[in-house]
Design a protein around this ligand. Structure first.
Ligand code: ATP
Ligand code: MG
Length: 152
């Protein structure tokens, strides 16, 4: 059975915050039918960012990436729903905005791979790791196992 409680970690990067696309991103995920289960704005520490992008540590752009992600506040969110990890990545577009189709977030709002405005987990496993890294359990709400009566 499909996991209706699948979760993904989505972060609006500093350039996305600066350019005022927070509402646009939230609007798209809400309109699609996903549920927001956690959200906060923060200036991410070097430690947190290095941990978040640990798999890219050996890449030549790693120092630039950490500096970019430290250049201002980010909006960290957890979204929930059926297939949210995969569908979330489709909604974001490709890593390089130049390869992202119109209609995707990166396809519509940015042009540079080094300033691609948003992050999304690339697998359920990464999502679970990233959510645990950025959020404490009591910072996330629960809908489906609680008393609320939601459509899906
Ligand atoms: N060639 C590059 N030059 C500069 N920055 C890059 C390059 N490749 C990736 N990045 C940056 O590193 C981030 C992480 O790269 P990754 O390969 O995980 O892509 P992604 O999964 O699409 O992006 P994200 O993890 O941020 O959602 C990219 O989103 C981008 O900001
Ligand atoms: Mg990635």
């Amino acid at each position: 059975m499909a996991d209706l409680k699948e979760r993904t970690f989505i972060a609006i990067k500093p350039d996305g915050v600066q350019r005022g696309i927070i509402g646009e991103v939230i609007k798209r995920f809400e309109a699609k039918g996903f549920k927001l289960v956690g959200m906060k704005m923060l200036s991410a520490s070097q430690d947190l960012l290095q941990q978040h992008y640990i798999d890219l540590k050996a890449r030549p752009f790693f120092p630039t990436l950490i500096a970019y992600m430290s250049s201002g506040p980010v909006v960290a969110m957890v979204w929930e729903g059926k297939g949210v990890v995969k569908t979330g990545r489709v909604m974001l577009g490709e890593t390089n905005p130049a390869d992202s189709k119109p209609g995707t977030i990166r396809g519509d709002f940015c042009i540079d791979v080094g300033k691609n405005i948003i992050h999304g987990s690339d697998s359920v496993e990464s999502a679970n790791k990233e959510i645990a890294l950025w959020f404490k359990p009591d910072e996330l709400v629960c809908y489906t196992s609680c008393a609320y009566d939601w459509l899906y």
